[in-house]
Design a protein around this ligand. Structure first.
Ligand SMILES: [Zn+2]
Length: 244
């Protein structure tokens, strides 16, 4: 065996604790490290170069118990169902079956806010998601317009999608921004942070200090939103995904 040929390569996928173990090299990494990606249910092992990937694999095996625990603890997605609370703008909202075939709607009374929907099983879940998507679109469009106006820009075209891990993406050349509908479940100031972030990309396509200066100009404090998404983002991505 050639001692100088690395045993593992960047992008290679192994298995650990019943999950995918993805090997990555990053020239800027100083040491080997592990990251559990709860939303994807996979583990990423990083090393500064391919030769040190075997060290990262050894490290992952030493920490197999810790990995198994982290994967078990991740929020399990469950389809929207009656009596199961969800989060809207960071507040709990009850889901209630109306027993007919009507579309989902918001109902506010002395017991607070709830979503009442017709349909059963998948049909119920689809109606609830449709309502949340419409709400997300309305809110994200409004916040996007506010931030674009503050920068003296024409309002971009806003669309809503369900990407696996991103919160938004901006195509400055076309003046379009696409957001994850899941942001409507986060506190409003987190949604607002993502809107400001994407609008700032209309001016700077990168994440340079100049870009962050624009975000800061729009929000004052841009760090709280980033922190919240890092800590809770995987929970939003798990909602309604049926434990996938
Ligand atoms: Zn960005």
């Amino acid at each position: 065996m050639n001692l100088f040929k690395p045993k593992f390569s960047n992008g290679q996928v192994l298995e650990i604790a019943g999950a995918r173990l993805v090997l990555r090299t990053n020239a800027r990494a100083r040491r080997v490290s592990l990251r559990v990606d709860g939303a994807r249910g996979e583990v990423v092992a990083v090393a500064p170069n391919e030769r040190r990937l075997s060290e990262a694999v050894d490290f992952a095996h030493q920490r197999a118990d810790w990995i198994a625990e982290r994967l078990k603890a991740r929020p399990q997605g469950a389809p929207f169902a009656a009596a199961r609370p969800i989060s809207l703008r960071g507040e709990p909202v009850r889901l209630e079956a109306s027993g007919n075939a009507a579309a989902a709607r918001f109902v506010r009374d002395d017991q607070g806010l709830r979503i009442v929907s017709g349909g059963e099983g998948d049909a119920f879940a689809r109606r609830v998601e449709r309502l949340l998507r419409a709400e997300a679109k309305r809110e994200l469009q409004a916040r996007t317009e506010v931030h674009a106006a503050a920068l003296g820009l024409k309002a971009p075209a806003v669309s809503i999608a369900d990407p696996k891990s991103r919160w938004g993406s901006c195509t400055p050349a076309r003046g379009t921004i696409r957001y994850s509908w899941r942001l409507i479940m986060a506190p409003s100031w987190v949604l607002d942070y993502v809107a400001a972030h994407e609008v700032a990309h209309l001016i700077h396509a990168d994440h340079s200090p100049r870009f962050w200066a624009v975000v800061k100009q729009l929000l004052g404090d841009e760090k709280a939103g980033r922190r919240w998404l890092r800590a809770h983002g995987h929970e939003l991505h798990a909602v309604g995904r049926g434990g996938a």
